[in-house]
Design a protein around this ligand. Structure first.
Ligand code: NOJ
Length: 536
């Protein structure tokens, strides 16, 4: 059943809200700039809460807003209990949580347990104290070489040397030292951080890099033993079991949502055991090609291992799906980001519209990455000197990085900053394309054919229809290349991924179409929601 969670007058209690919520991913740097410094902030987010309520979402996930030197856009946290001045103050965050709740919108914050910032007090202490080093992974080198050959996920070695010759481990940038989760201080500190945010009314936690926190203390090269030295080790589950105890100690349920990138679905599902996390992003779906057989296999697999769905099409780490779906190869098999000059944006947009109806009809919760409701494409021509992402810089540009999906939103107007910042403000932290005036909220709001109108309609229907959200699905017979399924109560979704138009079922009543229909045919790359008729 759909929990009616976003009604006027506050949050309605729902013990399983995370099972069917529509969750908006708000990337604070790029959502709305309240103070005119060209970077989004909490003042901007607060001023746009009505937009989000109108969109019809149930919860907002905020990417990190904590004190940070911003070596990795806030995923290098210097103080987990402070808001970075770039974004605002703790008092503003508290107001924001309250104002969201008044609109019936829940708040999820991002906790980064694998690493902190090199400016974090603990790491500063570690520079001068051997005892304080035990909270991290410090080791002597092999002569002039680092302790082992592990490579950073952002490119280059995973070790950096400090002044006295020792090295410390960082699976990401050198400014992000990995924490040692065998140390009791680390465990106690994060449980306290969870309580700090739960006590301020936060409804859920998104757990960053959740499968990486536990390390083999012998730090061997990968492949030497059955278990990987830092990916998905058994010990990691103990951490989330204790976090679950903290979450469950609150009277109204607080949710844990894992960022768990694992191909093996059985291993992935272990994070979702009843005493661990509530949900984990479905990256298999995000990476799936625009192909009926592949999507069907992915959906079946999800229903087996993760029936609360957590469907996701885009986020702040991957190429936006309008662009992905407009490429000759629509999967992310070649990498979640790639250079590829061949992009058919109108085709990608058409498919993104169909994908929205598919995703919002599937059983479970769904994540909407800011700007996907506007149909924003990836920005692929950001000049090198304006790029911010350490992935771009640490790979010497071999990997395009993630700036292209993080460009500030267009709200209104004919030119940059498109209402993102107040008049007379500093330029947006990343340049916005000239063509974005046609994608602004102000242009799309009154247009019934816009992507924004499609999302609003679909979210409104999804919230009100008893068959949608949490529950089950049944595949219906369909021609090759077509996905058709029922959600019960006479509700069905049909998506045509084949190159030819197909007939719609007789007697069915059209609820919503991703692209206007011509007669009784469903054109390629179009999805419909249908009611009644002989659907089951
Ligand atoms: C995953 C986050 O989504 C990404 O943006 C970040 O760079 C890494 N974890 C490191 O925290």
């Amino acid at each position: 059943m759909v929990a009616a969670t976003h009604k006027q007058g506050g949050i309605l209690p729902s013990p399983t809200w995370w099972r069917d919520a529509a969750i908006y991913q708000l990337y604070p740097r790029s959502f709305a700039d309240g103070n005119g410094d060209g970077v989004g902030d909490l003042a901007g987010a607060r001023s746009r809460l009505d937009y989000l309520a109108e969109l019809g979402i149930d919860a907002i996930w905020f990417n990190p807003w904590y004190l940070s030197p911003m070596a990795d856009a806030g995923y290098d946290v210097a103080d987990y209990r402070e808001i970075d001045p770039l974004f605002g103050t703790l008092a503003e965050a508290e107001k924001l949580i309250q104002e969201a709740h008044e609109r019936g919108i829940r708040i999820i914050v991002d906790i980064v347990p694998n690493h902190c910032s090199d400016r974090h007090r603990w790491f500063q202490e570690a520079l001068t104290s051997q005892t304080a080093r035990e909270r991290f992974w410090f080791r002597p080198g092999r002569g002039d070489l680092p302790p082992n050959d592990w490579q950073s996920i952002f490119g280059g070695p995973a070790w950096t040397q400090v002044a006295d010759g020792q090295w410390y481990l960082h699976l990401f940038a050198p400014e992000q030292p990995d924490l040692n989760w065998n140390h009791p201080d680390v465990r106690a500190e994060f449980e306290d951080v969870l309580r700090f945010w739960f006590d301020r009314g936060v409804d859920g936690i998104r757990v960053d890099s959740a499968a990486l926190c536990a390390k083999d203390p012998a730090l061997p090269e990968p492949g030497l033993s059955a278990s990987h030295p830092f990916i998905d080790r058994e010990e990691v589950h103990e951490i989330y079991r204790s976090w679950r105890t903290v979450a469950d100690s609150y009277p109204d349920p607080r949710a844990l949502i894992g960022e768990v990138w694992l191909e093996d679905q059985e291993r992935f599902a272990r994070y979702l055991r009843p005493d661990e996390m509530h949900a984990a992003f479905n990256f298999d779906f995000l990476g799936c090609a625009w192909d009926a057989a592949a999507l069907r296999a992915c959906i079946d697999q999800t229903m087996t291992w993760h029936p609360s769905g957590s469907w996701v099409l885009s986020n702040h780490d991957v190429t936006r799906h309008v662009t992905r779906y407009g490429r000759p190869d629509t999967s992310t098999a070649a990498g979640i980001r790639q250079y590829n000059p061949v992009v058919d944006v109108p085709l990608g947009t058409r498919r993104a519209r169909a994908a929205a109806l598919l995703t919002l009809a599937l059983p479970g919760s769904v994540y909407i990455y800011q700007g996907e409701e506007l149909g924003l494409p990836e920005v692929e021509d950001i000049p090198a000197e304006r790029r911010d992402d350490p992935i771009y810089h640490r790979t010497g540009g071999d990997d395009p990085g993630r700036d292209g999906c993080r460009v500030p939103l267009p709200w209104s107007g004919e030119r940059e900053p498109y209402g993102f910042s107040p008049n007379g403000a500093a330029p947006p932290w990343l340049p916005q394309p000239d063509a974005w005036s046609s994608l602004s909220v102000a242009v799309q709001e009154p247009d019934p054919a816009s992507m924004l109108s499609l999302y609003r309609s679909a979210l409104r229907i999804r919230a009100g229809h008893p068959a949608l959200g949490d529950g089950t699905m049944t595949w219906l017979p369909a021609p090759d290349g077509v996905l058709a399924f029922s959600r019960g109560a006479g509700f069905a979704c049909m998506v045509n991924l084949s190159p030819a138009a197909v007939a719609l079922p007789e007697h069915a009543e059209l609820v919503l179409a991703s692209t206007p229909l011509a007669g009784e045919l469903l054109a390629p790359d179009t999805a419909v929601w249908l009611m009644a008729g002989p659907l089951e």
